[in-house]
Design a protein around this ligand. Structure first.
Ligand code: URA
Length: 277
């Protein structure tokens, strides 16, 4: 049998890209197999030996060079709470977040993706985390799912001048992987403060991660979508509506019908709002 030709560098890179590996985490490659085959560190002998052991050279190990979060997990969450609480304005919150080192995602992202839209809007939408395009542009929902979100908003007469858009996680997870619970909990105080400062009349959570994180529910989006609940901003209670994430609608267009019902409910709720004082 003829062996398969070895892939060249370009083919390998194309394979990695296809698999979602589209950014380098460290300056040097790490052979993680070494971790599996490295011998256990030598234990002190149970019985005294007659001959003293010669000092052994340490097993060479790859040392990660990417910046690790400077804080322990609990300390990171506490520090996020403390920082977010003190932010007197959205601009101050953005600066605090940009300077915050408690979330490792910051080290691999290109830049902070804070928000887009109108901070005076009566409606705020919150997604999960930036993807590749958002990471490059520094704005939420500018990729394919963002284009669909724009069309969904347009269908009820809204656009980025009449809504405010943010994410639960403001840095792109490498390769668009799902954020870990630790990353989500660390970023959450900033998002909660962002909602409090925008102080919208309506909050729309896009997809499961945003809904479960902000509305503290474990129920899936099939159950939660289209059902209004109360969200406590910290200063007052507002109405919140979970709906499908546009990326999900791109994968499962048959749910667009239900998304349309949610959009109509949002349009109606906006219409029913008393004029702004
Ligand atoms: N998906 C999200 O949840 N947020 C973005 O900003 C882009 C895609």
């Amino acid at each position: 049998m003829t062996p398969e030709p070895r892939p060249n560098a370009r083919e390998l890179l194309a394979f990695y890209l296809e698999a979602g590996v589209d950014c380098a985490l460290m300056d040097e490659p790490v052979n993680r197999l070494l971790d599996d085959i490295a011998p256990e560190p030598a234990r002190p002998p149970a019985e005294p030996r007659l001959v003293s052991p010669q000092p052994q050279p340490a097993t060479p190990r790859a040392v990660p060079t990417a910046a690790a979060p400077a804080l322990a997990p609990d300390a990171a969450i506490l520090s996020a709470r403390e920082a977010a609480r003190t932010a007197p304005s959205l601009q101050a919150l953005r600066e605090l977040l940009a300077a915050f080192d408690g979330c490792a995602l910051k080290a691999t992202a290109t830049q902070l993706v804070f928000a887009d839209g109108n901070p005076q809007a009566r409606i705020m939408l919150v997604g999960e985390a930036p993807g590749r395009e958002e990471d490059i542009e520094g704005l939420p929902f500018v990729g394919r799912s963002g284009k669909l979100l724009d069309r969904m908003l347009a269908s009820i007469g809204l656009d980025r001048s009449t809504v405010y858009i943010a994410n639960v996680i403001p840095w792109r997870p490498p390769g668009n992987r799902t954020p870990t619970p630790q990353e989500t909990q660390t970023c959450l105080p900033f998002t909660q403060r962002q909602i409090e400062l925008v102080d919208p009349d309506l909050l729309v959570t896009l997809g499961n991660p945003s809904t479960q994180t902000l509305l503290a529910t474990r129920e899936g989006i099939m159950k939660t979508r289209g059902r209004w609940v109360d969200y406590d901003t910290g200063s007052r209670r507002i109405r919140a509506l979970p709906t499908f994430h546009p990326a999900y609608l791109l994968r499962s267009p048959s749910y667009k019908r239900m998304a349309w019902q949610d959009l109509r409910a949002i349009a109606k709720a906006l219409e029913d709002l008393p004029p702004k004082a």
